[in-house]
Design a protein around this ligand. Sequence first.
Ligand code: NAP
Length: 319
Amino acid sequence: MLDKDSKIYIAGHRGMVGSAVKRKLEQEGCNNLIYKSSSELDLRNQQGVQEFFNQEQPEVVIDAAARVGGIMANKEYPWQFLYENLEIQNNIIAASHQQDVEKLIFLGSSCIYPKHADQPMGEESLLTGSLEPTNQWYAIAKIAGVKMVDALRRQYDRDYVSLMPTNLYGPNDNFDLKTSHVLPAMIRKFHEAKGDGDSPVQLWGTGSPRREFLHVDDVADAVFFVLNSEMEHDLYNVGTGKDISIKGLALLVQRIVGHKGDIRWDHSKPNGTPRKLMNVSRMTKAGWTYNIKLEDGIKATYEWFLENLDEIKKVEIES
Ligand SMILES: NC(=O)c1ccc[n+]([C@@H]2O[C@H](COP(=O)([O-])OP(=O)(O)OC[C@H]3O[C@@H](n4cnc5c(N)ncnc54)[C@H](OP(=O)(O)O)[C@@H]3O)[C@@H](O)[C@H]2O)c1
């Protein structure tokens, strides 16, 4: 069991995942959390990270820091997505090992699996085929992180675990229409169209691809579960194991937002992979399943969006 007094370092605590982990650990009464923003500690700086670990001596480390972005960002900045993510995770994982950190959780994403992996994608499909070319840079860095964790478990018996969440949504998501993922983009589009006299909403493709979505608070719950468990494997998928068509998702978001206008599907835009679903049986067998139903999670996220609208717009102007 996790000692609530353990010194826990959350890397990336201001991000969507890190902030959810921070909320969860605080709720659970963990009272010795440490964190630094990227301006206080640049995790690409090996010496800085080593000094921080030397000084703070964390007992538990959650690595939710990464350079994250959509397809366009990956296309434009392959070097940064590959090298910066390698730097960040190398520094954190190596410093954790050197400082005898007892437990470490490394977060990655489902993009580590091959483009044409059998659906639902199990952990055993890792490195069985080519990656999706657009985000291969990011994926290769994350695969290296998974293998570092695996190597430290095998060679030094470290209690370190990699968690690969599916598509996430929730508070602190990115609602910038140029760079956001499908679900926050839909929330924003339907909300703005509702305010514009229920004008039509245009969405990409045909709506037929199927995708899986998990509320970020459920990832935080999975992190807490793993902190309290001895895990048999090095790598676990974290998802719902259920998918929904993009059309189904659009109708759900439309209903929750209260938009009454038309939805227009732009068939000239690409659909992407027909289906992307995680096999979550490894995590289920370990004793964890998700809690937040998609409809409830989208309602809560829309409420958060409305409460934080000014902040969301400010971030976009700055970026
Ligand atoms: N969002 C998703 O849908 C999703 C899905 C599956 C997996 N994941 C995984 O979850 C992890 C976190 O993703 P996220 O969505 O929470 O990302 P995010 O919101 O962009 O947050 C990333 C965090 O990393 C920190 N960071 C980035 N570069 C840094 C640097 N050089 N030094 C120090 N800190 C740095 C940032 O710190 P500052 O804010 O202080 O700058 C930020 O808080 C990633 O590994 C990602 O693969 C995300």
